[in-house]
Design a protein around this ligand. Structure first.
Ligand code: 5GP
Ligand code: ZN
Length: 113
């Protein structure tokens, strides 16, 4: 684990976060600066700098399974939600540990900014 990786430290419970759900390989917690009434981050417990760094589809399978469960458990499944994986500079990625945003609770706009 990279020593200075923020989300590794959250995954290892060295830094506090408002946890929402957990599976064997992924963890979900509230974003510190929510952009919607529901804004949860879902990360693999293992470190991958971005989607581009994942070795196979298993990593995102674990992330999307937990994202789906979070939407169900937070009661937004029926109304709908958005799952976003910002990747690289142009993608708007600022934390370099793969994460999916689960956004819900308001009508999302398109195209994104
Ligand atoms: P990105 O821009 O990389 O797609 O998203 C990074 C997200 O991490 C941002 O939405 C930001 O608010 C969130 N974030 C940054 N630092 C922390 C933190 O220490 N705790 C939590 N819970 N979220 C964080
Ligand atoms: Zn990490």
């Amino acid at each position: 684990m990279p020593e200075n990786c923020l989300f590794c430290r959250i995954a290892n419970k060295q830094l506090p976060a408002k946890l929402v759900a957990e599976s064997d390989h992924a963890l979900a917690f509230h974003d510190i600066a929510p952009q919607a009434p529901v804004h949860v981050l879902v990360i693999p417990k293992a470190h991958y700098a971005s989607l581009a760094e994942t070795p196979d589809g298993a990593v995102m399978a674990a992330v999307s399974e937990l994202a789906k469960r979070v939407a169900r458990e937070l009661g937004v499944e029926e109304a709908g939600y958005r799952v976003v994986v910002n990747t690289g500079d142009d993608g708007g990625q600022t934390v370099h540990h793969l994460h999916a945003h689960v956004l819900a609770g308001r009508r999302m706009t398109w195209p994104p900014g």
